[in-house]
Design a protein around this ligand. Structure first.
Ligand code: FES
Ligand SMILES: [Fe+2]
Length: 434
């Protein structure tokens, strides 16, 4: 990727206004390349969980911004991340999504590497200058790797704030999953479910904290769900995914929580509608471990879809994470993972898997609704049918009240917050500072 010229950065700065954004940010391949080179290379990205690689030699492959990477546990138990690329002629080293190995061996000419990414051996080494064999052929290592309570984060280009500063209060999204385990431990359930959509990655981040959109976008899914012959038999997760117009009056009472680096979540639903928490087996397991008051507090925790900008989103109550992978300016992949809470009843695990499937599968009527909207908007932007996209909901009130007042969840301030940090990453010459 060539270094972006300054005129592109200047152009990008003209595309973001306080209450609207230009369609080019969804359609211009040069801007997508700039996003990869800046935001997706300099931000801390969630890449996996330690339970995916519990043993020495375990690895998973994934994507870190523009790079394909291998996340590997070495013989000292350390987690290393390498570019998934052979230093000889360049093909991917690992084609599997996960596995276990004693050495990393290239499938092309069998060069091999240790679990710490050091060059180990090759056929006919005498044909190379000896100094090359010392380090030039080691795998490229991702230097900035940090683990927060088992959740692995990485940053392709070193520099900028540390992970804790970057996450800020958003780290509570990860705490929320762990807190729900009576043993304080979780593990990822092997496997993942995913889908691709033909639209820009930012559409998903704009949508997930949009608490108004279910009334419109999911109306047909709601009609279908409400017309089943025995609604009482519907899975509670299915019912909870579809908003109802009856919720409209309470929505302005919910709050939006927004952090410095583009993260956000909506909260307040449980207290506003005075929802009782079920006192079933999960509650009793938590009560036994932590006492009644703490058990109630844990299950009443109400962070709806914590957006971890720009890599992922966490649903603490459903113990799931979705990872967003931009493939090109108009193609995006989303992968969902469910967690098992150690010490919790099996029903909690089943619900997490059920939620993960229905929130991430392209066959889910709810996901299909959202993808239809993203793709319609992408088509309009690509055809140049409009220049500006409005993100002004709540803007005037917040401008009057001052930015420090917490916005209601009906506000689009969380989107404007995303674009403030997006602009900072894309136009800054140095990593974002605190
Ligand atoms: S390309 Fe990997 S060993 Fe030749
Ligand atoms: Fe939706």
């Amino acid at each position: 990727m060539m270094a972006p010229d300054q005129s592109l950065k200047k152009h990008v700065a003209d595309l973001i206004k306080p209450d609207r954004v230009h369609r080019d940010i969804y359609t211009d391949p040069d801007i997508f390349d700039l996003e990869m080179d800046t935001l997706f290379s300099r931000a801390w990205m969630y890449v996996g969980h330690v339970s995916q690689i519990p043993n020495k030699g375990d690895y998973i492959t994934t994507r870190l911004g523009p790079q394909d990477v291998i996340i590997m546990r070495d013989n000292d138990g350390e987690v290393n991340i390498f570019h998934n690329r052979c230093p000889h002629r360049g093909p991917h080293l690992c084609g599997n999504s996960r596995g276990n190995t004693k050495r990393i061996v290239c499938p092309y000419h069998a060069w091999s590497f240790t679990l710490k990414g050091k060059f180990f051996g090759m056929p006919f080494p005498e044909e190379y200058p000896q100094e090359c064999l010392k380090s030039e052929f080691d795998l490229t290592r991702v230097e900035d790797v940090e683990i927060y309570r088992g959740f692995i984060f990485a940053r392709l280009k070193p520099g900028g704030v540390d992970l804790m500063t970057y996450l800020g209060e958003a780290r509570s999204g990860f705490d929320d999953i762990i807190d729900r385990s009576p043993e304080g431990e979780i593990e990822i359930i092997p496997g993942a479910i995913g889908h691709r959509y033909r639209a820009n990655w930012k559409m998903m981040f704009e949508n997930l904290n949009d608490i108004l959109h279910p009334m419109g976008a999911h109306a047909s899914a709601a009609t279908a769900i409400n017309s089943v012959s025995n609604p009482a038999k519907l899975h509670p997760v299915t019912k909870s995914l579809v908003g109802s117009s009856k919720m409209m009056p309470v929505l302005p009472k919910l709050q939006s929580k927004i952090t410095r680096y583009g993260h956000s979540y909506a909260t307040g639903l449980i207290s506003v509608i005075n929802q009782e928490i079920p006192k079933g087996d999960h509650y009793h397991a938590l009560e036994k471990a932590y006492g009644a008051a703490r058990a109630e507090e844990i299950l009443k925790t109400d962070r709806h879809l914590m957006l971890i900008y720009p890599s992922s989103n966490v649903n603490g109550a459903q113990c799931t994470i979705r990872v967003v992978r931009p493939l090109s300016v108009n193609e995006t992949e989303v992968w969902g993972y469910a967690f098992r809470l150690k010490g919790a009843p099996e029903e909690v695990t089943r619900n997490s898997v059920f939620y993960c499937n229905i929130a991430t599968s392209g066959f889910s009527p709810v996901v299909a609704d959202d993808l239809e909207i993203y793709e319609r908007a992408q088509q309009v932007h690509e055809r140049g049918m409009t220049d500006w996209v409005n993100v002004a909901r709540g803007y005037r009130q917040e401008a009057d009240a001052g930015r420090n007042a917490p916005p209601p969840a009906t506000s689009e301030e969380y989107i404007r917050n995303q674009y403030r940090v997006w602009l900072e990453f894309l136009t800054g010459d140095a990593p974002c500072q605190a």
